[in-house]
Design a protein around this ligand. Sequence first.
Ligand SMILES: [Zn+2]
Length: 439
Amino acid sequence: MNIHITNAEVLLFEDGQFITAHKDLYICGSKIAGVGQEPEGFAADKVIDGTDKLVMPGLINAHTHAYMSLFKNFADDRAFAEWLDKVQQVEDFMTVEDIYWGSMLAAIEMIMSGTTCFVDQTLKSAKPGVTSGPESAAAGAASDIGMRAVISRGLAGVADSEESLMKFGQAVSEMETFKGNELITFMVGPHAPYSCMADYLHKLTAYAKEHGIGNNIHLSESDFEMEIIEKEHGCSPIAYVDREGVFDVPTIAAHCVKVDADDIRILKEKGVNVALNPKSNMKLGNGFAPVEEMMEAGINLCLGTDGSGSNNSLNLFAEMNVEALIHKGNKQKAECVSAQDVLRFATVGGARAIGMAGMLGEIREGALADLIILNLNEPQFVPRNNIVSGLVYSSTGREVETVIINGRLVMENRRILTFDTAKVYEECEKISERLGMKQ
Ligand SMILES: [Zn+2]
């Protein structure tokens, strides 16, 4: 389908800065075919009036656990260990269908708040050969609603236990089943250095290397993790997984809250992408990542919400707002971590982290058409003094009216077009009831 967006404000990324310009935008199939300039022979199937609208790249949620949308407003206000225990007790009873419906609920929340792509660490894989419907887990949910996703099955334990072999086999089978799907790609998901043993880290990294994909791992999140790795391996989690070869493939490391200068040097040297999760780190009492120091070192930073169990929202506009504020407060330094920085984390930073630099996260000719359209006639944006500041400091995410992913209209005027949302809400209420999650 060819889409012509007329007369809009367009958010462009030029020389490392976001600017807005008044332009028409042309989408041909899955790609942006013209920014301001009509491509030769272009005929629109659909025209969207962009008057008083902002067209910007869809946001990229660089770290989440979509199925955990079922855990929102569950086990809140508890210490980390107690929280984890409560969550795991429920997870033990979750089916692949639960993962699908939870992930679908997450996808709806993300689309409705302007996210077009998410990096997921999930609990179960799609059943062999199934790419759609409730047995297709998180990958199938994203594909069914038309959202872009980078999926990894969270894996823990030792490499050769019966359970690990079974789960690894399921993860591999899922990757093969979804081969060729334009929206769904994969990473390998060693859960964390304290839960995934060295032999398993080696096996998973070898698989990633062989298949040209990356590692998606939690690192240096909590004091608990720092103490256990120091005791068992005599160093920091980052130094330890580096020694075990995890960074020999492209890696997204989620959290990186408890990092020192040596860790930052390793992350930079190995080109590790760091997914920041400020709300989750605060909610679970883990503190603040040294974002200014990591930026100064030139590390690629991206932004995630983490799962709904530790946030409890998947709204990246809210996450951008928090990310831009907490370091100013924590360091008593108002000039650190700017609106421009944070918007970059949530767009081009995320694109780079998933190996899609230049194709996602920015509006340019030839890039994939993953776009969101916001209504600027909202008090949050009046007067239009600085739209970039407005996106980070004033926006709620509900200004997002229309969402296009891979050139397809997924939401128009706040109505999801690609899936029955009422059915998803009904299924999720049933699951919550069955798993005894209502409090
Ligand atoms: Zn996580």
